[in-house]
Design a protein around this ligand. Sequence first.
Ligand code: NAD
Ligand code: ZN
Ligand code: ZN
Length: 362
Amino acid sequence: VIRCRAAVAWAVGKPLSVEEVEVAPPKAGEVRVKIVATGICHTDEHLLEGCFPNVDFPVIPGHEGAGIVESVGEGVTSVKPGDKVIPLCLPQCGECSFCLNPESNYCLKSHVSVPQNLLPDKTSRFTCKGKQIHHFLWVSTFAEYTVIPEYAVAKIDAAAPLDKVCLLGCGFPTGYGAAINPAKVKPGSTCAVFGVGGVGLSVVMGCKAAGASRIIAVDINKDKFAKAKELGATDCISPHDFKKPIQEVLTEMTGHGVDYSFEVIGHAHTMTAALASCNMNTGVCVMVGELASGSVISLDPMLLLSGRTWKGTLLGGWKMRDCIPKLVSSYLEKKFNSDVLITHTLPIAKVNEGFELLRAGK
Ligand code: NAD
Ligand code: ZN
Ligand code: ZN
């Protein structure tokens, strides 16, 4: 058993509390990882807000980390102590019918199908003050040591800087992949990205890499525009600057709407606005932002009847164990610069300050 620090969420709506926790050794098929760095994704904030009713508290959040294998359980063959790894919040078991389908990245062992609040054997490896603490998405990267099923761990290049490539655990591949995989942005096309936080900026990078000629960033926080432009946005607009709905503004700016639109915020009204912003016949809209589970979106069916395609994505469509190590190699070859997404670096003791910065749009 390892004693270390972790940021524990004891209840919905409460700040995280940095505690000493005990982390049990990995059982068969599990890996214990020393987490070196973790990002904060808005999905962790959704968790603290109580948007996931099937997640039990107390829980250790965090799902965008990188670390080093400390020990492995019986039967683990794909990683060994000392290997650098990225924990995968979307696993790839390699055996289920979805993993065997080349078109799918949704492993049937993913958290949407199987509650991942405990490890697969329905027990937790974390205790604190004598209480069992739940896991989050089987990765819980807000702990200095965490235990993860082998099929939710990807071995990466030993040269990778863990304080940078931790972003390849969620935010960057989600956004970048949304443009490349589900949307399949074509060269010369026009794109609109609703919300240019960490994930939305990664969508901008993906659209640019795919050769889009016009990329319109839409955000209510104009402080986000400088970075969006640096990464390839050609226009930046705030819905607050217009009297008419933003979908009408975008349709006028482009003639008949954009070829591809992306919702990267997580509100019902921006999801329907993003859908209405793309070409009524050939447009493709990809939903990336998350709404509380059980939410309902109402829409005019004509929006789809005229031919538009509306899709969603988890983690940008990548088969995670196959693709994350390749993305790390591309990062090392400087094929993209995800470091631009890093705005602040804080010690774990200041994790709540990190969430304050996220809420303040910083
Ligand atoms: P973030 O907080 O960094 O960015 C959100 C951005 O949206 C901010 O820049 C904010 O100013 C902007 N915004 C808020 N309200 C707006 C409005 N009404 N109009 C225009 N812009 C508005 O968040 P993030 O970490 O980039 O995550 C974005 C969303 O993506 C979240 O909902 C998150 O849960 C989701 N997400 C989904 C996946 C997936 O696999 N589908 C993965 C990661 C994150
Ligand atoms: Zn995330
Ligand atoms: Zn699978």
